[in-house]
Design a protein around this ligand. Structure first.
Ligand SMILES: [Ca+2]
Ligand SMILES: [Ca+2]
Ligand SMILES: [Ca+2]
Ligand SMILES: [Ca+2]
Length: 494
């Protein structure tokens, strides 16, 4: 730190000298060009925009770096090196898709003097720039504090590692990250693929965001593509952003990334929801974006709108008749106004199903505007059953009863995660086409990459240890079949 202060003094003095030498030089840009490492400069970063990392001049590099000449350094040696050296940092515009002031705060806190590389640190040796020399890639979660993750690439040149290139992720509660290697640019040299799952939340909502960074290295490294690849918004509602990424090449044989994005929120609950608690379903524009490798970056070359946004206020069907039988879904809004109750942020209706005035089963939660009742022959015997599909929060629940002259018998109670913008969480479908309906249920699946699991000791604000594994966001379906008495999970098809 003392060396740093001396260095800063030198920088400022040299900036003043340069200004004297050339009175027309803009002072700000002179200073900016000399300040090589936002990491190590203890000034605040403007909250509105995060400046890009600025490469240092060769002179400055020599002054600042104590070259790391050990081919296979220990964690202690790496940590000592990171404290004394400068690094190039990639600043994503908004790594968690949220407030820039939080991000600015986060980047201000980064300080390798507090770093604590441990046995949970991953070290990879891989030639990521194709010069025949393996390079060192370091990956670690919360080396400074819980919620932070870093990925650092140390390129080996002649007899030492040059200034590291660092990408960081931020999470409020539970970070996950994964580093992998794959050639995305078509030169048979692997890119470093850094996946980071961050989260953010507060009263009444919780958001997970999956970011992907593709890092290409030659003499130095840079991020050549980064995108949000998935997001879930949960707790008092359901919101999803999902992508399908296809890597291919265009007619000129240039590598392409094609990313299809779908996104919706349902119901959209915002401030003031007390007056209109279940506002609507918002389906956002679905797009296909194409990025083409231009030798330096994956540059966006096309964007197509696949479907237009729409707002759906209600899908409710609250009455259904079958001959003399009338099924009614009664829904009474219950709002807890106690601020200490989580129900205040998760309002729902108390719903009850009646047939010919008789209540069937227990009352249940539902969103009145997105719940339905209908008569359907579920069992294939020609007689209709009464079927309720109730949405509440991020699930749909299907309840079904046989009704025979005033006697009701429940034959299904199946819930599924809402995973599609049509609010599919559970649905009836004749999957095998034999005329008998099956019940499909969605599963919001966090596919765990077991190879990434680590046990961290005493992380910040989590007592004891925490097992952390990288999770992809994935979607799945469960199939329930009619067995003559009940709908049961079909073991053969799940
Ligand atoms: Ca190399
Ligand atoms: Ca490559
Ligand atoms: Ca039937
Ligand atoms: Ca069937």
């Amino acid at each position: 730190m003392r060396n740093l202060l001396i260095l800063l003094a030198i920088i400022l003095i040299s900036a003043c000298i340069k200004e004297k030498e050339n009175n027309f030089a803009p002072v700000l840009s002179t200073i900016k060009a000399e300040v090589a490492t936002p990491f190590l400069v203890p000034t605040s970063i403007p909250t509105s925009t995060i400046p890009p990392a600025i490469a240092s001049s060769p002179t400055l590099t020599e002054v600042m770096q104590n070259p790391l000449t050990t081919r296979h350094p220990t964690l202690e040696e790496l940590q000592a090196y990171l404290i004394t050296t400068s690094v190039d940092v990639f600043y994503p515009s908004d790594p968690i898709g949220d407030q820039s002031d939080v991000i600015a705060w986060y980047f201000e806190q980064v300080n390798f003097e507090q770093a604590n590389l441990s046995e949970t640190t991953d070290i990879f040796y891989q030639d990521v720039n194709g010069d025949g020399e393996v390079d060192l890639i370091l990956s670690d979660l919360h080396p400074s504090w819980w919620g932070q993750g870093i990925m650092a690439i140390f390129l080996w040149v002649r007899d030492h590692y040059i200034k590291p290139f660092v990408v960081m992720g931020y999470a409020k509660y539970f970070p996950y990250q994964r580093v992998s290697f794959e050639d995305w640019t078509g030169d048979n040299i692997p890119e470093v693929i850094f996946d980071f799952k961050g989260d953010f939340g507060g009263t009444g909502y919780f958001k997970d965001t999956w970011m992907r960074y593709v890092i290409h290295c030659q003499e130095s490294c840079s991020v050549v593509w980064n995108e949000i690849v998935a997001q879930t918004r949960r707790f008092n509602a359901i919101g999803l952003t999902s992508t399908i990424i296809v890597r291919t090449s265009n007619d000129d044989n240039k590598p392409e990334i094609r990313i299809t994005t779908e996104s919706f929120n349902a119901p959209e609950i915002g401030p003031g929801f007390e007056d209109d608690p279940f506002a609507d379903l918002r389906v956002y524009t679905s797009t296909l974006q194409v990025y083409t490798w231009n030798g330096d970056i994956f540059e966006q070359s096309d964007e197509q709108v696949l479907s237009l946004p729409e707002t759906i206020v209600s899908k409710a069907v609250l009455n259904s008749t079958d001959g003399p039988n009338v099924a009614t879904l009664n829904a009474d809004l219950t709002l807890t106004t106690d601020l200490n109750s989580e129900d205040f942020y998760r309002p729902s209706y108390d719903c009850a199903l009646y047939v010919n005035g008789m209540i069937l089963g227990e009352p249940f939660n539902c969103y009145r505007d997105f719940s339905t009742v209908e008569w359907v022959d579920l069992t294939g015997d020609g007689q209709k059953e009464v079927v309720v599909i109730a949405q509440v929060f991020d699930t749909q629940r299907l309840l079904a009863y046989q009704w025979d002259a005033g006697v009701a018998m429940q034959i299904a109670d199946i819930s599924g995660d809402i995973i599609r913008s049509d609010l599919y969480g559970v649905r009836l479908e004749d999957v095998d086409g034999d005329g008998q309906l099956e019940i499909m249920a969605g599963v919001l699946d966090y596919q765990t990459d077991r190879s990434t699991c680590k046990t961290y000791g005493e992380p910040f604000f989590v007592s004891g240890t925490e097992v952390v594994c990288y999770h992809e966001l994935a979607f799945d379906d469960l199939l329930y079949s009619w067995d003559g008495n009940q709908f049961t999970l079909d073991e053969d098809n799940n």
